[in-house]
Write a protein that binds this ligand. Structure first.
Ligand code: PMP
Length: 416
């Protein structure tokens, strides 16, 4: 679809979108593939696959080093990808965009480079009960090393943050607030702008895990006012092994590098090394150039389609799926927040989530079963695992019907 065609119509042409994703057009176990595991990773449009292919076919070289033509082209593509990510997040400068492997690495980088020097014995890091393990474990590790305490903002039965507890937990010793924009296990969209503002008033550094937000909504880091924002390329229709950490420049200047090596230095001698300016200070070694090129194509694809339109489409899928699944007997929804992204998590009475996932796979429906790297959320609801359907920009209402038909079959087979 061209930009002009899109501008002329607000109709969401899901079939046109699906035509851009070659992988969707296959059968699995004799059924048309219904891919509802977008929360884990999303599929890639041809534009992304072609951009990576074209990079390797025509431009491959190392970046920032060579004087030859291919090196210049590779460097230009890599730096253009940075600018594309800047636009995507509405960062003030492309120098605030650091390429990393993904959200996990981004959070570890902030924990090591920014939090560790900030935390003294008795200081506190505040996270929430709905965090993914990648926004728990790095903080736990740093707290242990620094003699700091991890505090946890709880959630209620619906899966919403208990905001009334924030002031009690964010005290004089709190240095960091790290929270997810959208919960991967519950779908909850958190009021991050409000929490960032409240944290900033208290001088707390804010770190937002945007892994599940970036594919579903417009993100404006300047409007949010956060210090750090992280997302993974592979969940936003780009390749694996590439992600973005946004950091506000004053903090990036202060932040310590995570790894040392080539690319991140200004001058090296045996006595002393002078680091490069951000973002290069944090990008030691040869980066994932092809990944950045693919990510840029993915962000362009999503921006062209329009995140507002994508969000409207996915909300329609979520509402229809919620209504349809709720109408089935013996199914309990886990995560019923008032503001949700396209994630539907549930358990079927008397059936293990893995059995649900296996039977659904026989029907060609790909969903996720397990603890979703959010064991504290499972504990909160008293379950070992849940089943999750997560929607993407190419899913259809007919696929929601296939999900519901599959769940009926599960109930029939398992006598639930
Ligand atoms: N945070 C959230 C909310 C996630 O859903 C995920 C991925 N499941 C991550 C962090 C980690 O992302 P990655 O594995 O791409 O580093």
């Amino acid at each position: 679809m061209s930009d002009a065609a899109l501008a002329q119509t607000d109709v969401y042409d899901v079939e046109g979108v699906r035509a851009d994703f070659p992988i969707l057009h296959q059968e699995v176990n004799g059924h048309p593939l219904v891919y509802l595991d977008n929360g884990a990773t999303s599929q890639k449009p041809r534009a992304v696959i072609d951009a990576i292919g074209s990079y390797y076919l025509h431009d491959n070289s190392n970046v920032h080093r060579g004087v030859h033509t291919l090196a210049a082209r590779a460097t230009e593509s890599f730096e253009q990808a940075r600018t594309r990510a800047q636009t995507f997040l509405n960062a003030e400068s492309s120098k605030e965009i650091i390429f990393v492997r993904g959200t996990t690495e981004a959070i570890n980088l902030v924990a090591r480079g920014c939090a560790a020097p900030l935390l003294n014995t008795g200081d506190e890091v505040l996270i929430t009960e709905m965090e993914h393990h990648s926004n728990i474990v790095p903080w736990q590790m740093i707290c242990k090393e620094q003699g700091a305490q991890l505090r946890v903002l709880p959630i209620d039965e619906r899966g919403e943050l208990m905001l009334e507890k924030f002031d009690e937990l964010a005290g004089a010793r709190t240095r960091i607030l790290a929270l997810t924009h959208v919960s991967n296990a519950l779908g909850t969209i958190n009021p991050v702008a409000e929490l960032i503002a409240r944290a900033r008033d208290k001088g707390i550094v804010t770190v937002i895990d945007g892994a599940q937000a970036a594919p579903h909504m417009n993100i404006d880091v300047q409007a949010l006012g956060c210090d750090f924002y992280a997302f993974s390329g592979h969940k936003v229709y780009g390749p694996t092994g590439i992600g973005v950490l946004y950091g506000r420049m004053p903090l990036l200047r202060e932040m310590q590098p995570y790894e040392g090596g080539g690319e991140m230095i200004r001058k090296v001698s045996f006595e002393e090394t002078l680091y490069a300016e951000p973002p290069h200070k944090f990008e030691a070694g040869t980066p994932n150039i092809a990944g950045a090129v693919g990510l840029a194509a993915a962000l362009e694809y999503v921006d062209t389609l329009g995140l507002d339109r994508i969000a409207r489409h996915e909300q329609a899928l979520l509402e229809y799926a919620t209504r349809s699944v709720k109408a089935l007997d013996g199914i309990r929804l886990i995560g019923t927040a008032r503001a949700k992204a396209g994630i539907l998590t549930f358990i079927i009475d008397g059936v293990h989530a893995h059995d649900v996932g296996t039977i659904m796979d026989h029907e060609g429906v790909a969903i996720r079963a397990g603890h979703h790297c959010a064991m504290p959320v499972m504990k909160k609801y008293g379950v070992a695992a849940t089943t999750r359907a997560s929607f993407g920009l190419y899913n259809t209402l007919q696929e929601v019907d296939a999900l519901v038909a599959g769940l009926r079959k599960v109930k029939e087979i398992m006598g639930a």
